[in-house]
Design a protein around this ligand. Structure first.
Ligand code: AN0
Ligand code: CP
Length: 315
């Protein structure tokens, strides 16, 4: 595997999930694979889970890891070609990524969308330039439109804990005070649409995701109806796709609560984290028996390890 940026980079999803669950049972069985190999984790935005879980996964595989908060510790990067760099940017991604490729065997990169120019964000310009100019295998640590390591961990969690074949999985929009990317819900949707689950998306009017990611999903504005008989509820806020990056006020009652869980099949509640308590998800759910959020974050290690293992095998 040379690229892990979306579900489309995976030839056998079931096998990758099985690999992750196998690694969970046998974390140190492939330490030889990473010997004298170096992973670079480059962050243009904050992270807790992705940073620690991917670093741990690499260490379990015997790799060396270099982590850099490029936004704070690196030179200000220029991404446009044909510019006179007489402003605030100090080096071009062509050189910066090229240099990273000299030091690393695998590059991980996190780069959020600006949420101002939809065409630019959905072109994945920044992520794609790191792929092009580093010339080494690249794993997305969340790009402008997708978060595949998160989605793989989510699918691993569902496979691990499903109470029946073809469980009902509901992605439900949640309130927030900030405009957040569509990357997590886009990605979760594209993975669920290819998984053996009954997948429903519930969101208020105006929060429809880009249809490219939701082919095959049942989409509704009725949260109560969607939650009926659900086995897993995936809670997440996102900003509007149209008008792009906007927050449409008036949907505070979409917060997930214990009361809403009553209609479900004693559903397990998931969230990628970080979560805002009592805004997206009630504290009573997060502190109660139905919450999977910490367990799900634990599975980030095995999903990252399964992907890195595949990349190391291809080097
Ligand atoms: C980010 C997002 O929604 O994409 C990262 C989630 C993993 N969340 C926030 O910015 C709060
Ligand atoms: N879920 C997730 O990716 O968390 P971080 O932003 O902390 O890495």
């Amino acid at each position: 595997m040379k690229l892990f940026s979306s579900v489309n980079d995976v030839t056998d999803i079931k096998q990758l999930v099985a690999d992750a669950l196998h690694l969970k049972q046998n974390p140190y069985g492939y330490k030889h694979l990473g010997e004298n190999r170096t992973l670079g984790l480059m962050f243009l935005n904050p992270s807790l889970r992705t940073r620690l879980s991917t670093q741990k996964a690499a260490m379990n595989l015997g790799m060396n890891v270099m982590v850099m908060n490029v936004d704070k510790e690196g030179w200000a990067l220029e991404f446009n070609d044909n510019v006179v760099m007489n402003g605030t940017t100090v080096e071009h991604v062509r050189e910066a990524a090229g240099v990273m490729g000299q030091y690393l065997d695998i590059l991980g990169i996190r780069s959020f969308p600006g949420l101002k120019d939809r065409e630019l964000d959905y072109s994945e310009e920044i992520f794609n330039k790191f792929v092009e100019f580093s010339k080494i295998p690249v794993v997305s640590l969340e790009s402008a439109t997708r978060h595949p390591l998160q989605s793989l961990a989510d699918l691993v969690t569902i496979e691990e804990l499903k109470p029946r074949p073809w469980p009902k999985v509901v992605l439900t929009w949640a309130p927030h005070v900030k405009a957040l990317p569509q990357a997590v819900p886009n990605s979760f949707a594209e993975w669920m649409c290819k998984a053996e689950v009954d997948f429903v998306i519930a969101q208020p009017k105006g929060y429809e995701l880009c249809a490219d990611f939701t082919q095959g999903a049942t989409i509704t504005h009725n949260q109560e109806e969607a939650l009926t008989d659900a086995d897993f509820i995936y809670v997440k806020n996102w900003s509007a796709y149209e008008p792009y990056g906007k927050v449409i006020p008036g949907y505070d009652d979409w917060m997930m609560t214990n009361e809403k869980l009553a209609a479900t099949n004693n559903a397990k509640v998931m969230h990628c984290l970080p979560v805002r308590r009592n805004l997206e998800l009630s504290a009573e759910i997060l502190d109660g028996p139905n919450s999977l959020v910490v367990h799900e974050a634990g599975n980030r290690v095995w999903s990252a390890q399964a992907v890195l293992k595949k990349m190391l095998e291809g080097l």
